[in-house]
Design a protein around this ligand. Structure first.
Ligand SMILES: Cc1ncc(C[n+]2csc(CCOP(=O)(O)OP(=O)(O)O)c2C)c(N)n1
Ligand SMILES: [Mg+2]
Length: 375
């Protein structure tokens, strides 16, 4: 499954490799463009290797791939600040890697190993890294929408200028918790960008089967916040839209809703036989693949030569082989420490006593070890 890079831009042969000072839009520098291209390739290759490892039974639980949607995480997180708070749903490898989490630690987390990002206690759907203000992958659809609003309230209350980026799918907009989150965010003017990845499906249900409206932004408009759509297959379109949204939120104007129109090239999870959609539809969307599309842009704007793009692909591939080797050799967690790293603070002693009474002591949090408090 992990194949040699195929995403060489179609126009590569016609473009001269002369690198001059490019006239780039949105105030971007060539280095930023190369960084975004590399990040998208990183997410793609990481997941191709993860899929291969899943087929070899090295990854427990479910595995939801972000392949096809890379431009959303990369465009959005490059437009925001590194200290902005980040929450996402279970299709979360892209957020972690675009935020700068170590791919080796992410792979080891998928493998359930001690060197994993969360010491193997979270797995694919629950990547998180507190030191990067990345508060996780959430498996309960929509559950992180009010959590994000709560974080935005904290930022407002503490008069900080960080904002919250909260990613979720079209399917989440049918949940009550989505409406509660947007309602409070609008009512209290909270600094949060709701980023809805409309990929046309919620598991095997089509948009028409899951939502009375095909445009998710309509649901946000009812809460009076600005709500716009952008091409989620175009990293620059996402970048531009989130830049605008971030400026709005950071200047105290309240929440902003962005609907990124995107598509997942793979099934809902690795366990999905994809009986609900046509292969021809997937092929059509593949022509919009954000990676070669942005590669073309980089070559046309003389950000880098086709040869340099190929080199980025090769370097990332090598990095992924190392990530898999690292995860393979990382030790398994000690079963006697299954509850370590789970709670930032131990739960209330009274609750512990009740759990003990019920014979549920395995669920108890350990005594606090302050230096290990973060996940
Ligand atoms: C509250 C809740 N209900 C149902 C599920 C089962 N479930 C898991 S993923 C999913 C579909 C979500 O679709 P969407 O929000 O569009 O995200 P996508 O998978 O398309 O990225 C559902 C219904 C769940 N995890 N949580
Ligand atoms: Mg969806």
């Amino acid at each position: 499954m992990a194949t040699a890079p195929k995403n060489r831009p179609a126009r590569a042969k016609r473009v001269r490799t002369r690198i001059t000072d490019p006239d780039l839009p949105l105030g971007l520098t060539p280095a930023q463009c190369r960084h975004m291209y590399r990040q998208m390739v990183l997410i793609r290759r990481f997941e191709e290797h993860a899929a291969e490892a899943y087929a070899q039974a090295k990854v427990g639980g479910f595995l939801h791939l972000y392949i096809g949607e890379e431009a959303v995480a990369v465009g959005a997180l490059n437009a925001g600040r590194d200290d902005d708070h980040l929450l996402g749903h279970y299709r979360d490898h892209g957020y972690a890697l675009a935020r700068g989490c170590d791919p080796k630690a992410c792979m080891a987390e998928l493998f359930g190993r001690e060197d994993g990002l969360c010491h193997g206690r979270g797995g694919s759907m629950h990547l998180a890294e507190a030191s990067r203000n990345f508060w996780g992958g959430y498996a309960i659809v929509g559950s992180h929408i009010p959590i994000g609003a709560g974080m935005a309230y904290a930022m407002q209350y503490q008069q900080r200028d960080q904002i919250v980026l909260d990613f979720f799918g079209d399917g989440a907009t049918g949940n009550g918790i989505f409406h509660e989150g947007l309602n409070m965010a609008a009512l209290w003017n909270l600094p949060i960008i709701f980023i809805c990845e409309n990929n046309l499906y919620g598991m095997g249900a089509t948009l028409a089967e899951e939502s009375p409206v095909s445009e998710m932004k309509i649901k946000a408009e009812g809460y009076t916040m600005p709500a716009v759509q952008c091409d989620g297959m175009d990293v620059l379109a996402v970048y531009e839209t989130i830049q605008r949204a971030a400026e709005h939120c950071r200047s105290g104007k309240g929440p902003f809703f962005v609907e990124a129109l995107t598509y997942r090239f793979r099934g809902h999870s690795m366990a999905d036989p994809e009986l609900y959609r046509d292969k021809a539809e997937v092929q059509r969307w593949r022509t919009q693949d954000p990676i070669p599309r942005f590669g073309d842009f980089c070559v046309e704007h003389r950000v880098c030569s086709p040869k340099e793009l190929a080199q980025i692909n090769e370097e990332v591939e090598q990095q992924m082989l190392e990530a898999v080797a690292f995860a393979d050799q990382s030790p398994w967690p000690d079963p006697s420490e299954v509850d370590r790293w789970i709670y930032a603070k131990p739960i209330d002693p009274e609750v512990n006593a009740l759990l003990e009474q019920d014979g549920a002591s395995a669920l108890l949090a350990p005594e606090p070890e302050v230096k290990e408090a973060g996940v």
